[in-house]
Design a protein around this ligand. Sequence first.
Ligand code: GLA
Length: 430
Amino acid sequence: MIRFIKNVVVPNLILVLLIAVGCTNKASEKKADLQSTVASNDQMLAMTPPMGWNSWNPFGENVSERVIKETADAMAGSGLKDVGFSYIVIDDIWQGGRDSITGLLYPDPKRFPSGIKALADYVHSKGLKLGIYSDAGTLTCGDRPGSFGYEEKDARLFAEWGVDYLKYDYCYCVDYVSSNNDYKMAIARYKTMGDALKSTGRPIIFSICEWGPRGPWLWGKEVGGHMWRTSYDVADFWDRPRNESSPIGILTSIDVVSNLDRFAGPGGWNDPDMLVVGLNNTGFIKGGGCNEIEYRTQMSMWCILAAPLMMGCDVRNMNEVTKTILLNKDVIAIDQDALGKQGFRVYRKDGLEAFKKPLSGNRVAIAFLNRNSKDDKITLSYKDLELDTDVNYTVYDVWKHNSANQPKGTLSADMKSHECQVFVLSPVEK
Ligand code: GLA
């Protein structure tokens, strides 16, 4: 009997105990996993500004599953993925409607015949991530069904589809065209969707698109946002102030966001809107087009201002100029620097400006911007640039990709009209 207990009962008891402990551990591991995923949705996502592509500028209402698949192929094949562009965002007008019985959103069956889940699988198979668009109102800006009243249902559906990013607009909210700017309503509506996304347990970037009037930089992070638009839509213009519902130019967007540096940082970024680089007055949003220098300036300034880099041209057909701009690793490294500081203006006189972005390793990026329609020269001392005058720096030009020879204690550049030149200054070890 004793032998039976020793040889059979005890080992089996131990086995049962081990299984039980294992199960409990697995269950608690699962729970811990879920908790850490939810926590990571908050804390670890967007530690640097998100990078990707958005369908609105080039395709607008003509976005389709074919376009998204071909864009995924192009991003994986052209080197864009390798330099960090990872999200492919389907903007507005993907929706076919909302089912009147189940209340579930469904995609336009003609343009998305295989459905969004299959599309997400395809995009994921290329090592990329999928984003989608909805709205905090009853309708989207393109008059498709919005998520108001359906936030949890929609968030769950997006998570089930495998969506990794949600751009959330503000059309058809009660005050969206009034001058009332009911920021409390905006906070409540964005929080409802932010909470719904979190409760799915899937890490999903939450991109707030309220355009700025209700100060989303003050509350965006609290409601679960990882980025928030700071101004109205940027069209393919160099300079254009807002006029009622018309879009703005690159320069106007820079002027708004450059005053908001203190609100950006790892986990939550000011978003001056998508890049128009490479549009050349084609695509859906138009605007007149910018020249090569102006497109390069948009890329440079977006990087200095630690902006999300969401490309907005047809990346299936990029010309050499566009490729050189979008694939410049040196300028992207400034945007993606681990210190996570947005640059700020240190100098502004007669249309010439200087911006400074502190970088990791005690380095600093300096951008010179010529707003004028004539060429000019800028020379500033380290003191003007608020740099430590006791430190010697090596100076690297991120567009020429070489070290720049500069007179001691100053930085100087010949500037073409609308040009932006960017330098990385690294302290020389003594
Ligand atoms: C708003 C947004 C744009 C785009 C359109 C889609 O205007 O600001 O970026 O998403 O809606 O309708």
